[in-house]
Write a protein of this length. Structure first.
Length: 272
C-alpha cells in the first residue's frame, strides 16, 4: 500500500480513478434508466478525433476535447429533437466520422505520435495535474446537477415527453445532461480508455438497479461501486503489471457478476 503511493504518477492515477469513478457512476444511473448507453461510446470516440486533431496541429488536448464534446452534445440534442432522427443514429454517425478523421490525421502526422493504445485502453502515465483539476471541476458540476435538478432528472430519466406535462424543461435538461456527460467522458479517457469508458458509465448503474428501491439509493450504491472498482482496478493493475483501463473494467464486471448471483441466491432462498 505504501509503496504504490510513493510514486507521483500512481498518486495521480488513484486520485484520477476516484474522480472518474465518482462522476461516471453518478451519470450511470440516468444513462441506464434512460437507455442511453450508446452515449458513452459516441463521446469517447469523438474524443479520439479531437485528440488526433490536437496532436496534428499542436493544440491543447484537454481544451480541444472539451470544445468538441460540447459541440457533440449540442449536435445530438438539436438533431435528436427532430422526430425522424433518433439520438442513437446521430451518435453512431458522429462516432464513425470522428474515428475516421482521427485516423486520417494521425496517418499524416510526422515525428513522434503517442501510442494509440494509450488512448484506446487508458494509461496512468498520461494523467496530469491538469486532468485531475478538470475531473474535479466536472465532478462538482455533476454533483450540483444531481442535487439541484434531482426531481427534474427523475422525470427526464423515466419519460422525457411526459416530463413536459409536469412542467419540467426537458429540452434544457437534456442539453445540460448530454453536455456534462460528454465532457466527463472525454476528460476520463486517459484513465479508462476510449474503448472501455462505456463500462464505467453503465455497469455501476446496472449493479445499483439490482438492489436499489429508488433513484437516490441507486446514486449511493453506484458511487460506492464506481469508486471502489476504479481504485481496486488501479491497485490490481499496479501489482499485476497490467493496463489500468482493462483491469478496472474486469473488476467492474466481476463485481456485477457477484452482485447478480448474490441477488439471485437471496431471492431464491426467500421463495423457498
Amino acid at each position: 500500500m505504501i509503496d504504490i503511493l510513493s510514486y507521483p504518477f500512481m498518486r495521480y492515477a488513484l486520485i484520477g480513478a476516484i474522480l472518474s469513478g465518482f462522476g461516471s457512476a453518478l451519470l450511470s444511473n440516468f444513462i441506464v434508466l434512460k437507455k442511453m448507453e450508446f452515449i458513452g461510446n459516441g463521446a469517447a470516440h469523438v474524443a479520439f478525433g479531437a485528440i488526433a486533431f490536437a496532436l496534428f496541429f499542436g493544440l491543447n488536448m484537454n481544451l480541444l476535447s472539451i470544445i468538441v464534446a460540447i459541440i457533440f452534445a449540442i449536435t445530438i440534442h438539436q438533431l435528436g429533437k427532430k422526430e425522424r432522427v433518433q439520438e442513437n443514429s446521430v451518435i453512431g454517425m458522429l462516432l464513425s466520422l470522428s474515428m475516421a478523421i482521427g485516423i486520417i490525421l494521425l496517418s499524416f502526422k510526422k515525428g513522434y505520435v503517442p501510442e494509440i493504445d494509450s488512448f484506446l485502453f487508458g494509461d496512468v502515465l498520461m494523467i496530469t495535474q491538469e486532468d485531475l483539476i478538470l475531473l474535479g471541476i466536472f465532478d462538482l458540476l455533476i454533483l450540483f446537477m444531481v442535487i439541484f435538478l434531482n426531481k427534474e432528472l427523475k422525470y427526464y430519466s423515466f419519460n422525457q415527453r411526459l416530463s413536459k406535462i409536469f412542467g419540467v424543461p426537458a429540452n434544457i435538461i437534456n442539453l445540460v445532461f448530454l453536455t456534462i456527460t460528454s465532457v466527463t467522458i472525454v476528460v476520463s479517457v486517459k484513465i479508462i480508455g476510449i474503448i472501455l469508458i462505456t463500462a464505467l458509465l453503465i455497469t455501476p448503474g446496472v449493479i445499483a438497479k439490482l438492489y436499489a428501491k429508488s433513484i437516490n439509493q441507486m446514486l449511493i450504491i453506484s458511487v460506492i461501486v464506481g469508486v471502489f472498482s476504479s481504485v481496486l482496478g488501479i491497485f490490481l493493475s499496479y501489482y499485476l503489471n497490467v493496463p489500468s483501463g482493462p483491469m478496472i473494467v474486469l473488476t467492474l464486471f466481476l463485481i456485477f457478476l457477484f452482485a447478480y448471483l448474490l441477488r439471485k441466491t437471496v431471492l431464491k432462498s426467500f421463495a423457498q
